[in-house]
Design a protein around this ligand. Structure first.
Ligand SMILES: *Cc1c(COP(=O)(O)O)cnc(C)c1O
Length: 478
């Protein structure tokens, strides 16, 4: 560790994790430029300490409510095996969305009873894998899928496997909007997810038909990602709670858990210097500061009232609450270091352009959802950010830019950086640990970057090796 004290605390800094040392960006004790020298650019950097502190924040929230709470990390946010291992060591469970994520979860050592499986289009093979493993819950997305799980149990037993009745939960789609992107909202009737309210009771009756094959253990709603307000969570929880009571009244069956999904937001605008260039609703959503404790407290408060009215508090006291946080575990624990490879002036528009080596093939949300990732200079982290640049990635696609090419103003037209940024300068896209590494692809024949995890002692471990050219052709048959 440098003996020189932290010389400045910019708004984006996070003590002990994201700091300025010797004028340069320092990540949990590791110097950003030294990382690029050692591991090349672009580079994903994660902080083990920050992942653990994010999980600790969730666990502290759980302790504020007197109720059994389980957190199942939504592995689609980032399913790198070292990230999953860090999550496992921190003591929480996992949510998977495919046979591949189930495979990864089991590979790093999650016990089957720590795993939840969501998804709209599970294949027979994937269902078999989940049933054979005996996971905590397969969340079925339609009435039809209940039959598929039953068939899987029959099929596996017929093949001589001893399998217990599969545990399932029903995923519902109440009409609950949020102030997030439409593509990230999952509880609208226009959404592809879940069983609609009018079919819920039929679905439960169907689920209870063959108790030797399946055990209905829970109910699930995921209102969507980056949900900035407490109300959609509370509405979803109340809706599930009321279904739970209805099912109990109707059938005597008691559900073990209510799964409130993911969506706890991350504050992408700790540095608000460019926030006024975002549309108001984007600004509110991206700058959300919602404590998980507030979500749990409000959800339980609302359910408690309805439980009291129905004299069903004994049922509420028995229920386990599940949350599936993805983004809030990993987004601000990761960033991308990228190098300026080329610069140009456009005298006609008076623009200075910076061309980096990080394109939308590693930052898909920046293009898909026009997601704002705050950009800083890792080389000159503490200098005044008073010059405007047009910034773009390396892909042969004019949409590979850090602004809104469609001119709908969803991203700032210019990024603020210190004066005279030159080729070779290292920049950092902050808060980019979620839905980036997990979504990257080889477009333009670009080998995918390496990733490192800064350990608690400040030492970087390679957690993903950089692709070689051979990796680009590994699956091509010719
Ligand atoms: C994506 C997803 C999550 C995670 O959402 P975050 O916003 O990353 O917390 C949780 N549950 C389900 C069902 C999901 O689809």
């Amino acid at each position: 560790m440098s003996t020189q004290a932290v010389i400045s605390c910019p708004a984006w800094s996070i003590p002990g994790f994201l700091e300025v040392r010797d004028g340069r960006l320092n990540i949990s004790g590791a110097d950003a430029l030294a990382l690029v020298n050692e591991f090349d650019s672009p580079l994903f950097v994660f902080s083990e300490a920050r992942i653990k502190s994010n999980i600790d924040r969730l666990q502290r929230a759980a302790r504020t409510v007197d109720r059994p709470i389980r957190f199942c990390y939504a592995s689609k946010a980032n399913s790198n095996l070292s990230v999953l291992k860090t999550v496992l060591e921190a003591g929480i469970d996992i949510e998977v969305n495919s046979g591949g994520e189930l495979f990864k979860a089991l590979r790093v050592g999650f016990r089957p009873d720590q795993i939840i499986f969501n998804g709209t289009s599970k294949s027979d093979g994937e269902i078999d894998e989940a049933v054979r493993a005996g996971i905590y819950s397969i969340n079925v997305d339609s009435i039809y899928e209940i039959g598929l799980v039953e068939q899987s149990v029959r099929r596996l037993r017929a093949a001589g496997n001893e399998v217990a009745p599969a545990r399932i939960a029903l995923r519902l789609v109440p009409e609950i909007g949020t102030r997030s992107h439409l593509g990230l909202q999952t509880a609208l009737l226009t959404s592809k997810f879940g069983i609609s309210s009018s079919e819920v009771l039929d679905a439960f009756r169907r689920g209870l038909q063959n108790p030797d094959l399946i055990h209905v253990c829970g109910i699930h709603i995921h209102v969507g990602s980056q949900t900035p307000d407490v109300e959609p969570f509370a509405d979803a929880f109340k809706s599930m709670w009321e279904h739970l009571m209805r099912i109990h009244d109707d059938t005597g069956h008691v559900l073990e858990h209510i799964n409130l999904g993911g969506g706890i937001p991350v504050n992408y605008l700790r540095d608000r210097s460019q926030a006024d260039q975002l549309p108001e609703h984007e600004r509110d959503m991206l700058g959300a500061d919602l404590e998980p404790a507030a979500v749990l407290t409000e959800a339980l408060r609302v359910a408690r009232i309805s439980a009291r009215d129905a004299a069903a508090e004994h049922l509420l006291d028995r229920v386990t609450i599940l949350l599936e946080p993805g983004r809030s575990v990993i987004a601000d624990a990761g960033l991308v270091l990228t190098t300026v490879r080329n610069i140009k002036q456009r005298p006609e528009t008076n623009d200075s352009w910076l061309l980096t080596d990080a394109g939308y093939n590693i930052m898909l949300s920046m293009n898909n959802y026009k997601w704002y990732y705050h950009l800083i200079s890792a080389s000159r982290a503490a200098e005044p950010y008073d010059c405007d640049y047009k910034v773009a990635g390396p892909l042969c696609d004019s949409g590979d830019v850090y602004f809104d090419i469609e001119r709908e103003g969803r991203l700032p037209d210019y990024r603020k950086l210190p004066a005279d940024v030159a080729p070779g300068e290292v920049l950092a896209l902050l808060n980019s640990g979620a839905y980036s590494l997990a979504q990257m692809f080889h477009y333009n024949g670009r080998p995918l970057p390496a990733a490192v995890m800064i350990r608690q002692d400040g030492k970087p471990d390679l957690i993903r090796r950089r692709d070689t050219y051979e990796d680009l052709v590994a699956n091509d048959v010719w």
